[in-house]
Design a protein around this ligand. Sequence first.
Ligand SMILES: [Zn+2]
Length: 460
Amino acid sequence: MQLRWFALVVLSLLMWATPAQAGRFLQWRFREAENRLTFSTDTGVQPTAQLLSNPTRLVIDLPGTQLGRSSVNQRVGSLIRRVRIGQFNRFTTRVVVEMAPGYTIDPEQVQFLSARGRQWSVILPEPQRIGQQQQTDNLSIPNFRVTQNGFFIRTNATRLRRIDVDRSRDRRTIDIEFKGADIPENLLDLRRVELDRYGVEEIEFKDDDRLILTVAPDSPDWTVSGGSLGLSIVPRSGRVLDNDRPTANDDPIIIAVPRPDPSTAPPPTTTLPDDFRVPNARVLTMIDPGHGGKDPGAIGIGGLQEKDVVLPISLEVARLLSERGVSVLMTRSDDRFISLQARSAASNRARADLFVSIHANAISLSRPDVNGVETYYYTSGRRLAETVQRQILSEISIGNRGVKRARFYVLRHTSAPSILVEVGFVTGAQDAPRLADPAFRDQMAQAIANGILIYISENF
Ligand SMILES: [Zn+2]
């Protein structure tokens, strides 16, 4: 009896202690003598880093991290001048280290060290006056520039998609095709630029959406990435993130951050630019809240009904997607019964591009220890399932039950790539109180919507 009471107290303490967010930014420090910035978070994080110019600043993003207090803007020294820390978006804390005007750092010498992904040290090289280095790289070709780790092409387009990189068998050429940006005409007229920089001998502009690099056989793979001002041709190690504050001379330089101990790190995440929008409502997504009406779905702790959990989440997902320009239809938007057949048929009739069914899981009430999120696909929804599952885990601290293949009716009979997200267990001691909480449901909806938007940004 007493033991049981004790167990209940421990359980409720654990539930109380479960943070709604993946991680919290704890503290930071800059040691001027060592050019060393240290910071810590309460859970493992995989930062991303880039170097922006004018003034030169190292921008470090911590996905899945909440600052949880007011922003920092502090002078820390003379050449490495300022540290700014703020909440970049709802789920990302951004740390910016700013150099004195006219000074820059060699991005290849920036060193990241971590202890279990929670304690990070960033050691910066001594800042150098901007000048010499750039002059030797000045090719004076309009719309083309050699940057500090690659090449930059000025274009008016911003949203790259379907990037296709193909390296020849002898490793001497890399053929890069892409959609979403056009190589400027003066470069197409020029046809090729001889470089001999970073192991790249020349770049041939094959077409407005295709370029071929001739490289040394030991050169890394290269790719293009899109920024707000143009294309960066960069070693294939990372993507360009949303700019800190883009100016006319910004060429983001991606800095590779080593992975911390994988057992404590959250899965890698993709950042959706804040201004991402689907133009002309050209992607149609069918959102399918499970159950409804006479069919309550699973019933869990305290009588929590699946149909009441999944409807508000689905409505919020629909709202968030519409806000970004996605066309959205729902199989139900109120508490009514819809057959499985009718759900798939509605999607097929509307020729939806994506189908996302939202459910909550259940197991016997005697198994409150079973908790977590899982996402199902049957055939074509696999990558969508992986993207959504990964996004949920990066934004929310919840158990990971993985991406699974299953022969659910709606997955088998819907022509669009389709997935079924189980947002947690109504029978789970950890999940149930959170699924009953409107704030948590909104957070879950946000993560699912972000996953769908990332998939759309990569595939449409
Ligand atoms: Zn269900």
